[in-house]
Ligand binder design. Sequence first.
Ligand code: G3H
Length: 258
Amino acid sequence: LLMDQFTGMDQLEKQLALMFNIDRCLIVSGDSDEQPKVIGDFGELVNEALHRLLPDGRNVIAVMGGTTMAEIARHITPLETNNRKNLFVPARGGIGESVSIQANSVSAVMAANAKGNHRVLYVPEQLSQEAYHTLLKEPSIMDVLATIKQANCVVHSIGRALHMAARRKMLEEEIVSLRQRKAVAESFGYFFDESGQIVYRASRVGLTLEDVQKIPIVLAVAGGKSKAKAIMAYMKNAPKQTWFITDEAAANEILKGV
Ligand code: G3H
């Protein structure tokens, strides 16, 4: 059933892809806010997209964290072939999430299920400038960061700004500033206002948004009515090559506001 979505592009999917000016949109039925199973369906679609889109040769797949990404990782199946080798890395360093939903963990689970390899980035977010600069000079860390910069595929989610700020235990003054700047969305550790402008960057190492613009395969996954505003904000400047995987609830809410 899921495979049908790759062949026949539904009207709603076309409309959304056109509105966001991105290559592809895939919509799963249901509402991931209410039905956890829908996030499993996102996982199935991400898995199929990776099987289809990853070229032969050596791939570096950068992944972000979050609850959506953690569930997606559980649905990945072996991606290795004789000609295709896959290395999974976290897209950005330590953003203070709990361990099981950190990008490092998501990347490790994906690699295990894909029968690929993975690299861990050991850079915590809450560090003094001094400690941070020392860490970045460590050869092992420089090596992982250089690998991350070679990513030819990235898989990420999109979150609601204030929800993400609270979950990552950002400082009260940062939260006040996010409110003042009317942040509504978060992705890759960047916060965006309704017009898609960056109003704050939380995390400091790994892929930048400029890097993501140049990555050939970009899969963005987010659903639920509650994320509609965040999705619209992030998508204002999303890379054209993005494939966006969402659910009916988010899609209908987004198109209602048009
Ligand atoms: O950057 C976005 C967040 O990681 C999304 O988190 O999947 O738990 O909503 P979530």
